[in-house]
Design a protein around this ligand. Structure first.
Ligand code: SF4
Length: 928
């Protein structure tokens, strides 16, 4: 493909079939429907960013110049993360846009909450209602009355700025049903709470998740894992289930669920005992003196003394013990440990969700995995495991509001001072416990009734107007939660909105610009567009403009000090536009972008609108080795004995290779093998990497009685968390989630594939079909968590492509049952495909039957369940879900007792050096 004069560097592999950049304004293809005649169709190509997972891959919309309709969405080869490739969910954005059932106008509830009765309203009314309520709370000084609860953010930092401009502590997320455990395990080492493996340059990859099909940063990682493999790297996968990744790996290690940390420590033992570690890296970058002081005070106070002590300490994690605990052969454990030792700094690893999110103590999986990286010097190295801070770039916007001076205990309850982050899924339990109320509640691309454990408790509080005063569901599509809202506010899909995103996909930093493609097309054609809803279907807004308008209406005269954050930096006193918001960022906060744009005769905003992404930095390795600048060194001293740079007596850097270096974002500036934070905040026994036995330990289970471990943490590659419901292509691909069961267990119970089975948890049960397979261990059952969508009403609730109509029965004494009334079936709509639906199943919802199980330290919901499995009983029907909400609260309290509440040292609610979503002022950290 020829390079255009203004084409940026195409990433790695030119796609021969991709339109040359200089033809993006007028790309011609023959109309497939006119075949065999050759009828030309002319398209304008507009880049945007996929919104269907967190990876933020590039997309390009082909917009028909005659009809202004989007014909298709394909990959953007100039996007540094995805390089022109997408998974099935990217192109399926088109289904979401064209879905005949999508919500096109703002809706207001007219019957009781949950009655399904809504009427169309105006955006003006919506702004008036919410602005008045929020203003009232702010004027009264109530900084915890407003809560914004987000599922898929899709942007970096925009809402933090909005909430801080209001001065409220109101950001809630979905993190604790997703990644809280892994975040804590990583943060304790380096201050960075997630890894960024450099798969393509690695020699050995150890993956704890199904990366090639669904793992974190799925498509960008999957392509680089395969590139690494094609260059000779070997792969080991630890997963209880035979995933696509496991099937492509050199080793598939199907551990017993919850024992993964033990296996990782057995690798560490082999590396230590066979001296396969990187001695120089350990000596410089690990806080080994702290180890000697606190873990082994009797050991010689030398680095050799430390190595001997460390080796002795982890010698108890023998391959024999790990083999017995995890179910993996000793020789395999030794082989993999030696491969890690051989790879040295080119050892790339990753865990996200998977074992970390399934188990009590799962955070130690990340802690122990990173321990291996530390031992072989792979942290931050080329081909190794980078930190997210090395390869994510978040440019600051203009005029940052100050940190809020408030702490909302509904977000960060005192029982979990080390949680990562908000105890989001406990919100109903905390509300029902009398710990607070919410005046204004926004849910945004968030479906807690369906996504979270204990959904029936969510339903209870969402119906309760005393606990939640006013609820707006900001969503592009119907879901199980939106039907309980007071207002349902339609927001744009991925190609109908602005956002700025960067994800840590590999050893580089980039930003991706999501933009409303039809607005861009209209502007290219010379049309003046004031707001994105003018070019979106119906009255679909984009959040950026909604929040600007709402904030302006909360503080119309600026007296609350809010309005100034929404005034244009270019036109004093005037309301900012999205062009100005992002234009300012691109001009002022993205190094290299203004110069690159200038070369092409463009403004930085024009560049991003044309290309959709920008590579900020390729040289991101070894960021801990950055030399401290003369300014940073002002007023510092150096402790020669420990090679530590000190500022006001505290570590500010590390001397390495003869120069003062910035080091890591920890209190010691080193990688913290011994964690003072854990020691001082009530968990001294876990100050070092250890193995914690999971809540689903197999020993107490009696398989003869059907007691097994349910693994519900895997997803299907073609489904979006809770936003596939309006995608006909995706549901045609994946529409059933039977329960995986090993032939040995199936035979014992007399089950064959397709038989109904009842799975009972501590608060209820669900009835689903069996799928007999050797793709998992005996003693385990597994069920994908992306299916089982339901709706209570024919026309509202989840889309008909995906949901079964159900009846909700109150059985008394806090017990509920959902029973399927209708399967998925064809329906009439403006899309003729809706009459061609051939699938009927749709799967079974399991999360409703899960009690909350908050890890006592990370706050992660421990997803794995100890269950009883049996053939379905006589009255059981496919899709039945029954729950006892009284038991829910008991189990919540039972798990909460395991936590060790703050405050910590200095009366703090949380360590100041820990990340916190929308960080408040230092004053707010002090518990009064
Ligand atoms: S991996 Fe995620 S961001 Fe990329 S195309 Fe698939 S859904 Fe979209």
């Amino acid at each position: 493909m020829p390079r255009s004069h203004d084409a940026p560097e195409m990433q790695v592999t030119p796609l021969e079939s991709f339109p040359p950049f200089e033809k993006w304004d007028d790309w011609v293809e023959y109309d497939a429907k006119a075949w065999p005649r050759k009828v030309e169709k002319h398209y304008t190509l507009v880049p945007t960013t996929c919104f269907n997972c967190e990876a933020a891959c590039g997309l390009v919309a082909y917009i028909d110049k005659e009809t202004s309709e989007i014909q298709k969405l394909e990959g953007n080869p100039y996007h540094p993360g995805s390089r022109g490739k997408n998974c099935a969910k990217g192109p399926a954005t088109l289904n979401q846009i064209q879905d005949p059932q999508r919500i096109l106008y703002p809706l207001k509830r007219v019957g009781p909450r949950g009655s399904g009765q809504f009427e169309r309203t105006t955006w003006d009314h919506v702004l008036d209602v919410f602005a008045a309520q929020i203003r009232k709370a702010l004027v009264a000084g109530n900084k915890t009355d407003v809560m914004y609860h987000v599922g898929r953010p899709g942007h970096d930092g925009y809402m933090d700025r909005v909430l801080q401009s209001w001065g409220v502590d109101g950001h809630n997320s979905h993190t604790n049903v997703c990644s809280a455990a892994a975040r804590l395990g990583y943060a304790l080492w380096s201050g960075a709470d997630r890894p960024s493996p450099d798969h393509e340059n690695s020699k050995f990859m150890l993956l704890l998740s199904s990366h090639l099909e669904t793992g974190h940063y799925f498509n960008p990682h999957a392509q680089r894992i395969i590139e690494g493999k094609m260059r000779g790297a070997k792969i080991a996968v630890i997963d209880v289930r035979l995933s696509n990744t496991a099937s492509m790996a050199d080793w598939w290690l199907a551990t017993w669920p919850g024992t993964e940390a033990m296996l990782l420590l057995a690798f560490a033992n082999v590396i230590l005992s066979e001296k396969l570690y990187d001695r120089a890296f350990l000596e410089t970058w690990v806080n080994w003196r702290d180890w000697l002081e606190h873990v082994d005070p009797a050991a010689p106070k030398t680095f050799d003394g430390f190595l001997a002590s460390l080796t002795a300490r982890y010698a108890r994690y023998t391959t024999a013990a790990a083999s017995k605990e995890c179910g993996i052969e000793e020789s395999v454990i030794e082989d993999i440990a030696r491969e890690i030792g051989k790879a040295q700094s080119r050892f790339a690893t990753h865990v996200w969700r998977n074992a970390a999110s399934g188990n009590e103590g799962g955070w130690q999986v990340a802690r122990c995995l990173q321990f291996l990286c530390v031992l072989v010097g792979a942290v931050g190295a080329e081909g190794g495991t980078l930190l997210n801070t090395q390869s994510k770039f978040v440019p600051p916007p203009f005029l940052k509001p100050p940190a809020q001076n408030a702490w909302n205990e509904l977000l960060y309850p005192r029982e979990w001072p080390l949680s990562h982050h908000e105890l989001s899924y406990l919100l109903p339990h905390l509300l029902l416990d009398g710990r607070g109320k919410i005046g204004t509640y926004f849910t945004r691309v968030y479906n807690p009734v369906w996504t979270n454990p204990d959904g029936m408790l969510w339903e209870q509080v969402l119906r309760n107007e005393d606990l939640i005063g006013l609820h707006a569901a900001l969503t592009p599509t119907w879901n199980e939660t939106a039907q309980y809202a007071d207002y349902v506010l339609p927001m744009g899909h991925g190609a109908e909105r602005h956002d700025l995103m960067s994800t840590e996909t590999h050893g580089a930093k980039w930003i991706g610009f999501r933009q409303p493609v039809q607005r861009v097309m209209a502007e290219r054609a010379g049309k003046k567009v004031e707001a994105t809803y003018e070019t979106n279907p119906g009255e679909v807004w984009e959040e950026d403009e909604f929040w600007i308008s709402l904030s302006w209406r909360i503080d119309p005269d600026g007296s609350l000090g809010i309005r100034k954050y929404y005034e244009s930096p270019y036109r004093p006193g005037q309301k900012i536009t999205v062009d100005e918001y992002y234009g300012w960022i691109f001009e002022n906060s993205v190094p290299g972008l203004p110069a690159e744009a200038k070369k092409l005769g463009m403004t930085p905003l024009e560049y991003m609108r044309r290309h959709g992404a920008f590579l900020v930095d390729k040289d991101v390795y070894d960021s801990h080795m950055r030399a401290l600048s003369p300014k940073e060194l002002e007023g510092t001293t150096t402790d020669a004995a420990t090679s530590t740079v000190l500022a006001a007596g505290k570590p500010a850097g590390v001397v390495a290779d003869g120069a003062p270096r910035v080091g890591f974002a920890t209190p010691t500036k080193r990688l913290e093998l011994w964690s003072r934070t854990m020691h001082e905040w009530g968990w001294p026994e876990y100050a070092t990497p250890e193995y914690i036995s999971s809540h689903i330990d197999r020993r107490p289970m009696d398989r003869a009685k059907g007691e097994m471990c349910l693994v519900p943490t895997f997803r299907l590659p073609t489904l979006i968390h809770t936003r596939s419901g309006n995608s006909k292509w995706l549901y045609e691909l994946s529409n059933t989630n039977p329960v995986w069961i090993h032939p040995e267990d199936a035979e014992r119970m007399g089950l064959v594939t397709g038989d109904l089975m009842r799975i009972s948890t501590r608060i209820g049960h669900f009835v689903n079909k069996a799928w007999v397979t050797e793709g998992l261990r005996p003693g385990i059952v597994a069920c994908s968590h992306h299916l089982g969508r339901w709706r209570l009403f024919d026309d509202i609730g989840t889309d008909k492509w995906a949901s079964a109509l159900v009846r909700r029965d109150e059985l008394g004494d806090g017990r509920f049952r959902f029973r399927r009334l209708e399967d998925i079936k064809p329906f009439a709509s403006s899309d003729s495909d809706s009459k061609r639906i051939w699938w009927t199943d749709g799967g079974v919802h399991q999360n409703l039957t899960f009690p909350v199980q908050p890890d006592p330290i990370s706050g992660m919901h421990c997803w794995h369940q100890a269950v009883t499995v049996e053939p379905a009983r006589v009255d059981d029907q496919y899709g039945d879900v029954e729950v006892d909400t009284k038991k829910s609260m008991d189990i919540y309290r039972e798990w909460m007792k395991k936590a060790r509440p703050g405050p910590g040292p200095g009366g703090l609610r949380r360590p100041m050096h820990f990340a916190r979503a929308v960080k408040p002022s230092a004053e707010a950290y002090r518990m009064t």
